[in-house]
Design a protein around this ligand. Sequence first.
Ligand code: ISL
Ligand code: CA
Length: 558
Amino acid sequence: MATMQWWQKAVVYQVYPRSFQDSNGDGIGDLPGITSRLDYIKQLGADVVWLNPIYQSPGVDNGYDISDYEAINPEFGTMADFDQLLAQLHQRGLKLMMDIVVNHTSNRHHWFIESAKSRDNPYADYYIWRDPVDGHAPTNWGSFFSGSTWTYVPARQQYYLHSFAVEQPDLNWENPKLRQAVYDMMNFWVKKGVDGFRLDVINLISKPTDFVDGQPNSGEPYADIGPIIANGHRLSAFLQEMHTQVLAGADLITVGETPNATIKDAQQSAGLTTNELNMVFEFEHMNLDGNSNPALGKWNDQPVNLVDLKQSLSKWQTGLHGKAWNSLYWNNHDQPRIVSRFGNDDPKYRVISAEMLATMLHGLQGTPYIYEGEEIGMTNAHFTELSDYKDLESLNAYHHLVDEEHRLSSTQMLADLAHMSRDNARTPMQWDNSLNAGFSTGTPWLQVNPNYPQLNVQQTLAESNSIFTYYQQLIQLRHTNAILTTGDYQLLDADDGAVYAYLRTAGTQQLLVICNFTAHDQVREYDQLPSDVQRLIGNYIDDQGATLRPYEAKIYQF
Ligand code: ISL
Ligand code: CA
């Protein structure tokens, strides 16, 4: 492999601004709040901070509906607060990655307000408009957030396309003027000195040439739009143009969010020599639990099968090795908390299983992402009432599956939400055991997880062998151990449903990563292991060789 880039050895820390730290008591996290917590992120050892969207937005989808790309959401602060945050990050040697949403805007963006007025105005073709077909929507496509992807506007006597909420119209990337406006906007942020971009659902921007009906899952009125519009024929051309116009020449870190991307797609979008993006977020390992009934989508309360997980991650490790670059993640603002999902959030096993999951992920090849609170082992919210939830995906899905389609009982859907809702990730950061976990002196926009008196940063930092120090060590290893960055990957014992073990090899040097995914002792001998070998890192104080205790994880180097 050619020389390593800085972002191949970097670790990214994701901050969800709404839920990180409130500075003015309105219950909403904000930029001055984030600035006040930078020493904490620095202490952890991360290199880059990714901020979810902080732009002006009506907030229908928590900022993923942008009404002005060059203004700060007043709930989060001012442009001066942003400049201060960026300066304070840079002063600490930290970099900033902005979240850019250019598949769609808010319907309150002035581009859309103009576009919706008539069929002939400068913005008429900034969005995707189609005539009705037989008095109906042009196709049977269903949105990611339930319902049709088409909404009718009488002034144009046309429908516009929205892959997500009604308030999130899709931009028309076929229009060169729109593309230039996007690149200009990105360059505005590059000129400000930001260090990278996370590009929201970027593989959805190139739509098919012909709009034809899809095949709905049985009994469903709509066909999922995801597979229909993902990885379109001009995606590569658009990304290469963006590269030329914005990314080339600036030493940025870029990651594309790419639902429905295959390894082949990622080899292109995140190729080492394709001049597109540095890496992508793939979704396969996030779509393994449940899903036996496609009509229910992601909604389930089932654990993942370890053999499936190993197979999926292994495929991505070997598929991209030497050709493209992986991102590594367990959590983000759209996913439930990993310790509750693939680990065990019973207080007895919470820390040890969270450390095991961290070891498993941070041993892989790619750039690791840590989502706020993961480093202290924050858990799912365990909400029991529908009124506890704020996320529109969750609320729409409940309405659709329980009220409209009667596919699930209310009890079952509440169990599924408790397992899978995005709000599990969005409960406020738990800083200490004071009121509202130290997040806000006001009423938090989303309830704090009731376990905060026992589970918080202050408490964790006071422990000598804490999950936080364990993450510090893993990040340290990423920075210093070249095998982690360059080594190739080999899965051991693919059919072992209890233990995930893999080798990383660079020249004559090897790492063996061993992770017990169960709450029981397991005994495993690995022939590869020399007899006098020392652990590099492990989540139990001592090493008992072949005996793996509940959720034990360790890495050997030899
Ligand atoms: O949240 C999901 C899992 O159920 C996905 O379907 C998600 O909607 C998809 O990954 C796209 O996510 C991104 O774009 C959305 C936004 O709501 C998400 O927060 C964002 O990460 C629309 O902009
Ligand atoms: Ca605030």
